[in-house]
Design a protein around this ligand. Structure first.
Ligand SMILES: [Zn+2]
Length: 140
């Protein structure tokens, strides 16, 4: 698996999110790309219809389907991973349990139930991913 057509993983994540336009309402359409430490893209996901899995979970499932190891990998997500229980469990928890090394998000979620809490949870002392997890930052 590689990303020949995108200058950065975040560009591919944005393209994935675009594919979910019109599908996810009232949820935001989100894309997620997981990149292994060696630079290979090992998982891709986008948010499914409301009530369905979010982009992060879809990307983790994609990596699992390819029998890829996500421990230590970097997830590029177009929106801050959710930290609250909606119709699905928090994506933060899924990312923490998967022991990703880093989470790069394009945008902090303006939705009040998330709004920085996802980023805070990913940086919390209990998170094994905390060392390398970053707040929202511009990727390239
Ligand atoms: Zn989520």
């Amino acid at each position: 698996m590689s990303t020949p057509h995108f200058p950065t993983p975040m560009h591919e994540a944005l393209a994935l999110a675009e594919q979910s336009i019109g599908l996810t309402e009232p949820n935001p359409r989100v894309g997620c790309v997981i990149v292994a430490p060696d630079g290979r893209v090992i998982g891709r996901g986008r948010t499914q219809q409301a009530g369905g899995p979010h982009a992060e979970v879809m990307a983790l499932r994609d990596a699992a389907a390819w029998r890829e190891i996500v421990h230590g990998a970097t997830a590029y997500v177009t929106l801050e991973p959710c930290a609250h229980h909606g119709r699905t469990p928090p994506c933060c928890d899924a990312l923490i349990e998967a022991r990703l090394g880093r989470v790069v998000m394009a945008l902090v979620d303006p939705f009040p139930q998330v709004a920085g809490q996802g980023a805070a949870r990913l940086r919390a002392p209990a998170s094994p991913s905390r060392k390398a997890c970053l707040p929202a930052r511009r990727e390239n």
